[in-house]
Design a protein around this ligand. Structure first.
Ligand SMILES: C[S@@+](CC[C@H](N)C(=O)[O-])C[C@H]1O[C@@H](n2cnc3c(N)ncnc32)[C@H](O)[C@@H]1O
Length: 230
């Protein structure tokens, strides 16, 4: 995707997500689960809406993503809000982090919000997150429903919620852009899991699962939000 197109898409997601209560609820859940942690890795941070919330809560945040555009916008926001002294951003592949920059057992908390389906090698990805988590540290992972029809129902629900807003006309074009983006992304989703399957994968790589629940971003108790400790 051309850089401008990519920036427009990130902006559209931002305009929609920051007005969508179920998304903000998911962000709050990640923040809550990471409550005891001081230094946090956000893996696949995108535009960094969660990272910024963690910074507002006094955390030290290292945000990584394959793409730098969203991270640049996160850094700008953090600078504007005087939160950048506790933020580091890295363009990196979360499946293979450099040992020098991301040493073993470094982070109190590691968060992966809505990234897992985009990862081909789930086990490798989870092992890398296990490696960088401190003993006693927390890992939080969330993702969409296993059944694609449930994702379609959620999209309809998000549209209804947004249409009820007084400012819907202002964001209608962003919502159209997001729907288009989700449709395109559907072709790139490698792994869709039930919450029980994710819990098993997280346990298999060494974590102890503490809580397995639905993802508040999705309709009808679908999707997953799994919290584990090392
Ligand atoms: C659906 S977005 C979610 C962004 C953000 N976590 C959120 O919930 O708003 C998935 C993000 O994961 C990133 N991503 C995908 N594969 C990755 C990888 N191997 N390493 C790091 N980031 C990755 C994408 O670039 C994208 O920004």
């Amino acid at each position: 995707m051309a850089e401008n197109q990519s920036i427009n898409m990130i902006n559209s997601y931002f305009e929609v997500q920051t007005r969508l209560e179920p998304y903000l609820n998911l962000v709050s859940e990640h923040v809550k689960k990471l409550g005891p942690c001081d230094t946090i890795l956000e893996s696949g941070a995108g535009r960094g809406i969660l990272s910024l919330e963690l910074l507002k809560n006094g955390k030290t945040v290292h945000a990584i993503d394959l793409k730098e555009e969203g991270l640049d916008m996160l850094m700008e926001d953090a600078q504007e809000q005087g939160l950048d002294s506790k933020l580091e951003c890295y363009t990196a592949d979360a499946r293979q982090l450099s040992q020098d920059m991301f040493p073993d057992k470094f982070y109190d908390g590691v968060s992966s919000m809505l990234v897992l389906p985009l990862i081909k090698d789930t086990e490798g990805y989870l092992h890398e997150h296990y490696r960088v988590t401190k003993d006693g540290g927390t890992f939080v992972v969330s993702g969409p429903p296993k059944n694609p029809e449930d994702l379609s129902k959620s999209i309809e629900w998000w549209g209804e919620l947004l249409k009820r807003r007084d400012d819907f006309q202002e964001i209608e074009r962003h919502w159209d852009c997001v729907k288009e983006g989700i449709d395109k992304n559907r072709e790139r989703l490698y792994n869709l899991y039930s919450k029980e399957e994710v819990a098993d994968l997280v346990e298999d790589c060494g974590f102890t699962v503490e809580e397995v629940r639905e993802n508040p971003l999705h309709l009808n108790n679908k999707g997953y939000l799994v919290t584990a400790t090392k």
